[in-house]
Design a protein around this ligand. Structure first.
Ligand code: HEM
Length: 461
């Protein structure tokens, strides 16, 4: 640690205040990689952290989980307090078991079976945008995308039609998106104050968790009953409660934690990605036209794709999503921690990590800086993803992480975002609306766009 270069830490907060400046800590970490080299150290309060944007180190750490590295224990504890025993924060054998269920519930066969819900929710979104085009009102793109992904994910996670897209008031559609910023506040808090004093934001967080619990509880009995008949699981909740020979049933608390984890993991990430993709199209009318022409050809009379195979033919729309993920990855960091003393090779020699050392993997860096793999890296150019020119699975492009804990929701997320991009671009002209201020970016656990507004016009061509 002592040999690594890095920014000078402040006495109490370390480098936290510098990271918070501007609202997008991951950009600050990327900037330090430019200044100090791909692997450096910084301080979270008094705690030294290694940060690395070196693709080889990133790759090794991602792949050597869960045996040699784990998720950052602080982040896992904060998440566990809210969604206990969920697959995201689990480690070791518990993680292996939950991972199997999560992966199965998101595999291609299951997504095919679930597709009617995705089609239904996509139709709902289209109608919402039709009324926004009729009224000429400004559309808060991120808000609409969150409602969309919440509806899709609640169906998949527990077979519940939340109907966030058509909801008003202060329901879960408003509250769930507040959870990630709440995680971030707690992860970077100098000490776990909420265990002693609850601020209004903590009480609101508790109320949201109770509300999600109530929805899951409503579905529990039904799920158990159906699984007892030997039926195949139709959603993640059913997969979790299905009895498995020689395996102990998960407790109610574990089932809740996992359903809540899925809801969280699937909602915020995908909505920000879809919102960024629409933002780029609003800024690039010629690419918008290309998405539209492709949708006309592939979708024909269908308003929304009827099956995953049709989505698979929307190649340009998918390239738009990949390019949005490259330029605006929503999970630009994978905070990790060594489980034992480890020595890794890196560009400038050996990197020794003592047991328990925090190491932040800056997975966004190469995708935004690598001029060889991504010529003109700052330019939004979906064409670079077409015709197999770039494999979306290879480093340094790792918006879904990598190794055994690679995001199991990648295919679902790509399907959702591709549908949104294709279907909405086909039906509407998008005019950027900067009345709330310029479009910006904030990182609070995940990274998301701010002030992203558009006005819609029904397509005229
Ligand atoms: C664009 C959308 C998404 C992005 C960018 C994203 C990104 C990520 C990343 C970076 C990780 C950590 C991977 C690692 O540690 O190597 C992750 C984990 C995870 N994601 Fe996603 N994700 C997205 C959508 C989804 C969706 C739609 C779901 C499910 C409905 C989902 C479920 C999960 C779960 C359960 C994990 C934990 C996996 C584990 O620890 O084994 N994600 N995601």
């Amino acid at each position: 640690m002592a040999d690594l270069p890095g920014p000078k830490p402040g006495l109490i907060f370390g480098n936290v205040l510098q990271m918070r400046r501007g609202g997008a800590g991951n950009r600050v970490l990327e900037g330090w990689a430019d200044t100090y080299g791909l692997t450096y150290r910084f301080h979270l309060a008094r705690r030294p952290v290694v940060a690395t944007a070196d693709p080889e180190v990133v790759d090794v750490v991602l792949r050597r989980r869960p045996d040699d590295f784990r998720r950052s224990a602080v982040a896992a504890t904060v998440i566990d307090e809210i969604a206990p025993h969920g697959v995201f924060a689990a480690e070791g054998d518990r993680w292996r078991r939950l991972r199997k269920v999560a992966t199965q519930s998101l595999n291609a066969a299951y997504l095919r079976q679930y597709f009617t819900t995705i089609t239904m929710v996509s139709g709902r979104l289209l109608r919402l945008w039709e009324s926004a085009a009729d009224s000429g009102e400004r559309v808060d793109v991120l808000d609409h995308m969150m409602r969309y992904t919440l509806d899709v994910t609640a169906g998949l996670a527990m077979g519940h039609d939340l109907n966030a897209l058509e909801s008003t008031g202060d329901g879960l559609h408003r509250r769930v998106p507040e959870l990630f910023p709440a995680f971030a506040r707690r992860i970077y808090a100098p000490f776990p104050y909420w265990r002693y004093v609850k601020l209004p934001q903590d009480r609101r967080l508790d109320a949201t968790v109770r509300e999600i619990e109530a929805v899951v509880r409503d579905r529990f009995a039904e799920a158990r009953e159906r699984m007892a008949t030997g039926a195949s699981p139709a959603n993640f909740l059913e997969a979790l409660v299905k009895p498995i020979e020689n395996e102990q049933q998960l407790s109610d608390g574990e089932v809740f934690g996992n359903v809540a984890t899925m809801l969280l993991a699937g909602e915020d990430t995908t909505s920000s990605t879809a919102a960024w993709a629409l933002h780029f199209l609003a800024e690039h009318p010629e690419m918008h036209q290309r998405v539209r022409a492709e949708a006309d050809e592939v979708l024909g009379d269908q308003q929304v794709p009827a099956d995953p195979a049709t989505v698979g033919r929307l190649r340009y729309a998918e390239a738009v999503v990949n390019e949005a993920l490259r330029l605006q990855p929503v999970t630009p960091l994978v905070p990790s921690q060594s489980l034992r003393d480890v020595t890794l090779d890196h560009r400038d020699g050996k990197l020794f990590l003592a047991e328990g050392q925090l190491i932040f993997l800056i997975t966004s860096y190469g995708a935004r800086r690598d001029r060889v793999r991504f010529p003109d890296p700052d330019v939004f150019r979906p064409e670079r993803w077409l015709n197999g020119k770039l494999p979306a699975e290879a480093l340094p492009f790792a918006p879904f992480g990598g190794g055994p804990r690679f995001c199991p929701g990648r295919n679902l997320a790509m399907i959702e975002a591709t549908i949104v991009v294709s279907v909405l671009s086909r039906a509407f002209d998008l005019e950027p609306d900067h009345s709330a201020g310029p479009v910006g970016e904030r990182t609070a656990f995940t990274s998301f766009p701010t002030n992203l507004g558009v006005r819609l016009r029904h397509r005229t061509d």
